[in-house]
Design a protein around this ligand. Structure first.
Ligand SMILES: *Cc1c(COP(=O)(O)O)cnc(C)c1O
Length: 395
């Protein structure tokens, strides 16, 4: 059931495969292995001659239901669920690249993704070039005969820069390269990268797919041919999603479209209000007309999403960091945490948390100033969020 239903319906209905008991809500299969009726059936399952479950590191019915639902939402042939967002990126690269291969990645991807590429995978012979998300010429110039993947996040964290997925996909395909999009910030409820020409999607299910900050999980999606080696790595290396977490994510996906709509609506209200505050120097939100790639973002996405960043002005002899920390510490409700995608709004100082391992020069060059604050807008009423940012409204 992929083509004929709307996204909202797929969120609720896709992937449902009741057992003979006819349960209406998916069951959780918390078993590690599956029994066979005979030695011959065991052999047939292991050889692949007969479909069916063998062992939960390979497949598990609850995880399969999650994979089928997310694949339907992203319009992907296949989904490989993983233990976390980071293991989704690891499985993607381990499945599709070998020592000596080259990856071009946006310099504004999730900090841990940069660490994975530059500190860990580099030791195993992967070459990585980091370039600006919004400079297609830099992507073109970085291509070598060994380039296998382009890797982007759009909108980026925390500055919400947006790249043209179709344009990068065309550029990649001219050289036989696959475009990977980490779609964690938008989810398929807002943006569907495969329909725009991307080849592979990465998810940290930990964020909006869960939606309530409970579980870690991830996913890689794409064509059957591309997912086969990714699944091969997962099945062997064991970075498998747990059945319990898959069940939580299945429940999360059912409400994903209405939650993303609400996150976007509240974020738009907050971003618009922030832009009118005298203490705010600049607001970064793709849904605002002032955003440099606003028109592109509104073509690729059906709304601005839930992440808003802004620069706060200093007063008196305050440093930029002091001004940002003072505002964060004056909040009473919004959670001070680096997580995002939760029903609870979260507030972060990227310079000293998510981006603290980046050198100061590189951080400032990428536009992440000491005065920058990121809010992942949750599901509270926007007036209560504004009131909680009391330092701004008191000015
Ligand atoms: C959180 C995050 C990840 C990593 O996901 P985990 O589930 O924490 O491993 C990857 N990409 C983006 C954009 C993220 O926000």
């Amino acid at each position: 059931m992929t083509k004929k239903y709307h996204q909202d319906t797929l969120s609720v209905r896709a992937g449902n495969a009741p057992t003979e008991l006819g349960e209406n809500s998916e069951a959780i299969f918390l078993n590690s292995s599956f029994r066979f009726e005979s030695a011959a059936q065991a052999a047939a399952r292991f050889s692949g001659g007969e479909p069916g479950n063998i062992y939960s590191r390979f497949t598990n019915p609850t995880v399969t239901a999650f994979q089928d639902k997310l694949a339907a939402l992203e319009g992907a042939e296949q989904c490989v669920a993983t233990a976390s967002g980071m293991s989704a990126i690891l499985a993607c690269v381990m499945g599709l690249c070998a020592s000596g291969d080259h990856v071009v990645a946006s310099q504004s991807i999730f900090g841990t993704s940069v660490q994975l590429f530059t500190n860990i995978l580099k030791r195993w012979g992967l070459e990585v070039t980091l370039v600006s998300l919004t400079d297609p010429d830099a992507w073109h110039a970085a291509i070598t005969p060994k380039t296998k993947l382009f890797f982007v996040e759009t909108p980026s964290n925390p500055l919400t820069e947006v790249c043209d997925i179709q344009l990068l996909a065309d550029l990649a395909h001219q050289s036989g390269i696959h475009l990977v999009v980490d779609n964690c910030f938008c989810t398929p409820a807002i943006q569907r990268p495969l329909a725009l020409g991307a080849d592979i999607i990465i998810h940290s299910a930990t964020k909006y797919i869960d939606g309530q900050g409970r579980c870690l999980g991830g996913a890689v999606l794409g064509s059957k041919a591309l997912m086969e080696p990714v699944y091969g790595f997962l099945r062997t290396a064991g970075v498998t999603m747990s059945a319990f977490n898959a069940w939580v994510f299945l429940k999360g996906l059912e409400t994903l479209p209405i939650r993303m709509e609400a996150h976007s609506r509240k974020a738009t209200a907050l971003a618009t209000w922030l832009e009118s505050q005298p203490q705010v120097a600049r607001v970064f939100y793709p849904g605002l007309a002032s955003h440099p790639q606003h028109a592109l973002a509104m073509r690729q996405q059906n709304s601005g999403g839930g992440i808003v960043s802004f620069e706060v002005k200093t007063t008196g002899s305050q440093t930029e960091q002091e001004a940002a920390w003072a505002l964060i510490d004056a909040t009473r409700m919004i959670s001070i945490t680096a997580n995002l995608g939760d029903a609870k709004s979260t507030i972060t100082h990227p310079a000293t948390t998510t981006h603290s391992r980046v050198t100061k020069e590189a951080r400032l060059a990428s536009g992440v100033k000491d005065s920058l604050i990121r809010i992942a807008v949750g599901l509270e009423h926007e007036d209560d969020l504004k009131a909680d940012l009391a330092m701004l409204s008191r000015q």
